[in-house]
Design a protein around this ligand. Structure first.
Ligand SMILES: [Fe+2]
Length: 294
C-alpha cells in the first residue's frame, strides 16, 4: 500500500521534521552511491513479491490518467540513459486549479517562523521586512488536482518500472521561487538549490516536476541539469552538497548541460540523483509542483 498519509507525507517541511525523520535523512546518505540505490531496489522488489504472494496488496491507483497515450517505453529509456524524460502536459484547467490553490493557501519558508501568503511578497520581501527567496505552499495534497495526480496510473507505472518496486512513500511539494534582482551569487547563499547539487530523497527515488507557471527563458526560473550524471559522479562531487558551476564543468561537457523550458503545465520526470539546479527567476515568481517517489 502506498503510504501517502503517513506523518512524513505532511512534515517534509524542515521546520516540522521529527527526530525520526532527521535520523532517517542521515541514513539516506548512503544512497549517494548508485550501487546502493540498485541494491535497495532489488530488496524492495523481492520483499513486495513475497508480500503480494502472502497477501495480495491493494494499491490505490486511479483508473483515469491525464497522460493517456504517453509513450512509457521511450520515457523509461530516456530516463535510464540521460536521467530525464520531457513532454508531460497537464490540462490548463488543472494548472489553474493548482495555481489558485497556491495563491489561496498559506506558505512557509525554512527558518522563518511565520506563515504568509504569496501576495504578501513584494520585491522579494514580506511586510515585516524579511526577505524571502522561496515559499513552500502548505499541504499540497489537500488540493484535489494534486491528490488525483499523486495516484495517476501512468506516472505510477513509470515510477514502478524505473525503481523496480512500487513506491513506499510519495510526497507532494508546491514551491514558489521568488523573483529577485539580487545577483545570483547572493541568492545562492540563501537558496541552496540554486547551486548545482543532487538530491537524496530516500534510499532510491525519482521525481516528477510540473511547471505551474510558464518557464520560457533563463529569467523565469528554469530547471537546469547535467545529463547522464545519475550514472557517474566524480568523487569531488559525490561527497559535497553544493557544486559551483566551474567545478561541474571540469567534469562534464557543456553539451551535457540541459536547460529545461516549458509552458504552464509542462512536466518532466527525472532521476534527481543527477546533478541539477534552479536558475533563480528574475521577472516573475515561479511555481513548481514536485511529486517525489521513494
Ligand atoms: Fe534538487
Amino acid at each position: 500500500m502506498i503510504d501517502h498519509t503517513s506523518p512524513s507525507m505532511v512534515s517534509l517541511n524542515p521546520v516540522k521534521r521529527t527526530p525520526d525523520q532527521l535520523y532517517n535523512n542521515r541514513l539516506y546518505g548512503i544512497s549517494r552511491f548508485l550501487w546502493m540505490r540498485q541494491i535497495y531496489s532489488q530488496i524492495q522488489k523481492v520483499k513486495q513479491h513475497f508480500q503480494n504472494f502472502l497477501s495480495p496488496q491493494v494499491y490505490d491507483i486511479n483508473s483515469f490518467s491525464w497522460f493517456s497515450g504517453f509513450d512509457i517505453e521511450t520515457c523509461l529509456a530516456e530516463i535510464r540513459e540521460t536521467a530525464v524524460s520531457l513532454n508531460l502536459q497537464l490540462p490548463l484547467e488543472i494548472v489553474k486549479e493548482i495555481f489558485d490553490y497556491a495563491c489561496q493557501t498559506s506558505c512557509t519558508e525554512p527558518k522563518y517562523p511565520h506563515r504568509f501568503w504569496i501576495d504578501q511578497v513584494h520585491q522579494g520581501s514580506l511586510p515585516d521586512g524579511h526577505s524571502v527567496v522561496r515559499a513552500l505552499v502548505d499541504e499540497p495534497s489537500n488540493c484535489p488536482a494534486i491528490k488525483q495526480l499523486i495516484h495517476d496510473p501512468i506516472l505510477l507505472e513509470i515510477v514502478h518500472r524505473y525503481l523496480q518496486y512500487r513506491p513506499n512513500r510519495i510526497t507532494a511539494h508546491l514551491t514558489w521561487s521568488i523573483a529577485s534582482n539580487l545577483p545570483e551569487t547572493e541568492i545562492q547563499k540563501i537558496y541552496p538549490p540554486t547551486y548545482y547539487h543532487y538530491d537524496i530523497a530516500g534510499y532510491n527515488f525519482m521525481t516528477v516536476y510540473f511547471y505551474i507557471t510558464a518557464v520560457q527563458d533563463e529569467y523565469s526560473g528554469p530547471h537546469i541539469m547535467i545529463e547522464k550524471s545519475h550514472l557517474h559522479k566524480p568523487l569531488a562531487l559525490l561527497f559535497s552538497g553544493r557544486h559551483p558551476d566551474d567545478l561541474v564543468y571540469r567534469y562534464y561537457s557543456r553539451q551535457q548541460e540541459r536547460i529545461i523550458l516549458g509552458n504552464a503545465g509542462f512536466g518532466f520526470i527525472q532521476d534527481p540523483s543527477c546533478i541539477h539546479k534552479i536558475k533563480p527567476p528574475v521577472n516573475n515568481h515561479r511555481l513548481l509542483l514536485q511529486l517525489r517517489y521513494s
